[in-house]
Ligand binder design. Sequence first.
Ligand code: NAD
Length: 487
Amino acid sequence: MSEHTITVAGVAVDTRHWIGGERVASAQTFPDVSPIDGSTIGEISRGTGMEAAAAVAAAKAAFPAWAATSRAERARILHAIADGVEKRIEELSIVETTDNGALLRSHRRGVMPRVAHNFRFFADWLLKLEHEDFETRGHTNHVSWDPAGPSVLITPWNAPLMLATWKVAPALAAGNTVILKPAEWTPLTASLLADIAAEAGLPAGVLNVVQGYGSEIGDALTSHPDVRRISFTGSVPTAKRIAESAAANLTPLSLELGGKSPLLVFADADLDLAVDLAVEQYDNAGQVCLAATRFLVEESVAEEFTRRFVEKAGQLTQGDPRGEATDIGPNIHPLQLEKIDGFVQRAVAAGARAVIGGHRKDGQYYAPTLLTAVAQDSEIVQEEIFGPVLTLQTFATEDEAVRLANDTRFGLAATLATGDPERAERVTAQLVAGTVWTNCFFVRDLQAPFGGSRHSGVGREGGTWSFDFYCDVKNTVTSPNGWNNHG
Ligand code: NAD
C-alpha cells in the first residue's frame, strides 16, 4: 500500500487522482470528513488547473482508439465494470456511507446495485441503438451516432457514485473518454470506480478521475477547448458559472439542478398512501434533488393529513446511518447544517410554525421538520433547502393547487396523490416538471427521460436522450446515381 492509500472501514482507497491510467498526487491536499462523527477520513489530492490539463490531455489521447472500439467490445467492458461493482457492493456501500452519511442499508440494497445497473443498462442500450435510414428523392440519409470526444462530468455529494455512473456509463458507451470530478465532500467512491474500471480492462486514459474544490479545478475543466461535452449535476449558482465558462468554446452542456417540488394531496386521495409518500421526503436526510418538499393539501383533509403525518414521522429513527434500523442519518457537513437551520430560523421569525422539529440535534443531525403558516412568496417556500425540512400549505380548488405548484423558479418533479384518474391527467398536463409521479414516488425506468425544466436543468438524460447528448449525431446523404455521376 502506498503512503497515499487510506483505509476506510477496512477498505483501501487511493487518495490520488487517476490520470492516463496512473495515480497522480498533487502537492496539496484537502481533508475529507465523515458526517457520521465529524472525524477526518483522510487527506485527498487537491487538484488545480495543472491536473485538469493533464486529465483532459489523457482523455484526448485515448479518444481515437476508444471511439474506434467496436460497440460490442465497449459493451463487454461496461458489463465487466458492472461485474466489478457487484463484487464490491459491500465495500462501496460502507465507504459511501462513511463519506456522505446516507443509509448503509440503502447503499447495499438499492444504490450500489443501481450503480452496476447503470453500466449494464447503457451497455445494452448501445447495442440496441439504431442507425436510422431515411430516403429523399432516391437519396439515402443515413443517421449515425458518432462519439463526441472528451467529456467532463461533475457531480454532487448527495448520491456520489450513483450520480457519477449515471453519466460515466452512457459517456463511455457512446465512445467518449471521461474526466470525472466528484464533489470535494465525497471523493472516495470515484477513486474506487477508477480501480474497478482498470481491473475490468478499460484502457488507460478512457476514464480519468480528478479531485478538488470546484473553485480551483472547475474552471480549468469546463473552459478547456478540447472538452466536447460537459454534464453537471449540482446547484443553480454553480451551473450558471459553468455555463459561462463553457460558452467560450460553445461546449454542449447537460445540467441537472435543484428543485422545490410539490406533493399535491387532493381530498379524494388515499390519505394513508399520501402520508407514506410525504414521510418518504425525509429520505437521505432530505438531501434529494427530487424531494417533494412542499406539501399542498386540500383544505378539507389538511388537518387529518397533518395528524397522520406527524404520527408517522414520529416513528422514524434518526441516528448512525450504519444502523439497520436507522431511517434518517446525518446531514453532509457543518456548513450545510448551518444553512438548513438558517432557513428554518428565518422562516419561524417570519411567522412560520414548526409542527415538528425546527431545530438541530447533537452532532450533524437536524430534526425532521414540518413548517406551516408559510407564505407562497417566502424564502422557505421558494428556495431549495436540501435538508429534512418540509412545508405545508393548503388549497381550496384544483386551479389554486396548480398555481401554487408551478409558482417557483424550479421545475424538476411533482407528485400527486389523488383517487381520480381524470384529475390526475388534467393536473399533470398543467404542471411544469421533468417528472410527475401519481400515487407513487421515485420509481423510474432508465429508458425514460430525466431532467428538469426552468432552473431545474437544461436537457434530458436517460435511454436515447443520453446518447443524443453524448454523441455527435451525423446524417450521411448518398446519391442514388452511383459513385461517379453527379446526381
Ligand atoms: P454544487 O453546485 O455546490 O457542487 C456540485 C459540483 O460542482 C461539485 O463537484 C463541486 O466541486 C463542483 N463545482 C463547484 N464550483 C465549480 C466550478 N466553478 N466549476 C466546476 N465545478 C464546480 O452542488 P452540491 O451542493 O454538491 O449539490 C447539491 C445540489 O445538487 C442541489 O442543488 C441538488 O438539488 C442538486 N442535485 C441535482 C440532481 C438532479 O439530478 N437534478 C441530483 C442531485 C443533486
